[in-house]
Ligand binder design. Structure first.
Ligand code: SF4
Length: 334
């Protein structure tokens, strides 16, 4: 299977008219160094030097709502990126935007410049949660935009958040199910964090918003992760990228942040697999085979799963076996 690489180009939407309670507008539109269209050539060339040629490469316009910037500016960025699509140095272009910034004029433009994937920040499909979160759009907008994107033949990405104001585990599960129903090819799952300078920070300090605990966020994400995977939605991100900003000394006020959030989630998925498998195994030593890509998750974050098994068995060994499928295991005992 071909490996994927994105060349990220951060284009924050200047002066976004919306007021999502979790977003720090000044950080997004303030001091960021926004690359000009003329700089795209150098940025992409620089990245291409470090990416093996056999990869499926996308130029990815991230950072805000790409289709919310002026139409002519969108076209200028796309023109520069498309030069690399034409010369087959990259496979295509992807971008992220809001559901209410999609229409046929915009999709015609994106189609003509080789855009492959459009990721919508859906965040939730529950209108009450969307309203409490200040998103400024409804589920209808998500549905309409998704249908339009699919009808043009783009890959559809639907990002979701858990733990938003008014959200519950059941509502998050419903959002995941709606993401499947709407035909998403991929998704990202982000736990809501309280960031300095946001409306959510005020809600948090006044007791109107209680963030998820880390273990709750891991548990909800585990459930959603399984639902999406079982329905062939590719999960391309779980939890925020670790960054210097996301520390209590800087921007992070509260919330279920962990630099290895995905590992915590996969550890719990493997914990379920292992406890089911070992329910009725009585032995001294056990050897567990799993696919190499899954081995660390099977062992668990800080060897959590291995240590649980060591309470029952004297020796526990994990071994790679690439003939096994993602969540398949072979167990041998002495
Ligand atoms: S998260 Fe909301 S407020 Fe922030 S840039 Fe995106 S749409 Fe605007």
């Amino acid at each position: 299977m071909k490996k994927y690489n994105n060349i990220p180009i951060f284009i924050p939407e200047l002066a976004c008219p919306h007021q999502c309670v979790f977003c720090d507008q000044t950080k997004i539109s303030g001091t960021q160094n926004i690359p000009q269209p003329a700089e795209i050539l150098d940025i992409v060339n620089e990245h291409l030097q470090t990416i093996p040629a056999d990869r499926h490469i996308n130029i990815a316009f991230f950072g805000g709502s790409f289709t919310g910037i002026p139409y002519s500016l969108q076209e200028s960025y796309l023109k520069e990126a498309y030069k690399f699509v034409e010369t087959k140095q990259v496979a295509g272009i992807r971008l992220s935007t809001r559901p209410d910034y999609i229409n046929t004029k915009i999709l015609d433009l994106l189609k003509s410049y080789g855009v492959e994937t459009i990721e919508l920040g859906a965040q939730s499909t529950d209108d009450y949660v969307l309203k409490k979160s200040g998103r400024g759009h409804t589920y209808k907008d998500i549905e309409k935009a998704s249908q339009l994107i699919n009808s043009y033949g783009f890959n559809l990405g639907l990002q979701m958040m858990i733990g938003l104001p008014g959200d519950t585990c059941e509502k998050s599960v419903k959002t995941a199910k709606d993401i499947i129903k709407l035909g998403a090819e991929n998704s990202r799952i982000y736990p809501t964090l309280v960031v300095k300078g946001t409306a959510l920070e005020k809600m948090y300090h006044s007791g109107k918003y209680i963030p998820l605990q880390l273990d709750e966020a891991v548990e909800i994400t585990k459930t959603i992760y399984k639902i999406l995977e079982e329905n062939n939605v590719k999960i391309i991100r779980t939890g925020l990228h670790p960054s210097e900003e996301l520390t209590p000394e800087k921007s992070l006020v509260a919330g279920p942040y962990h630099s290895s959030f995905k590992e915590l989630v996969l550890t719990e998925i493997w914990s379920d697999i292992l406890s089911e498998k070992f329910k009725s195994i009585n032995a001294e030593d056990v050897v567990i085979q799993a696919n190499k890509a899954q081995l660390n998750y099977a062992v668990g974050f800080k060897a959590k799963n291995k240590n649980i098994l060591l309470k029952k068995y004297s020796k526990v060994k994990f071994v790679a076996n690439n003939s096994l499928q993602k969540y398949e295991i072979n167990v041998s005992c002495n």
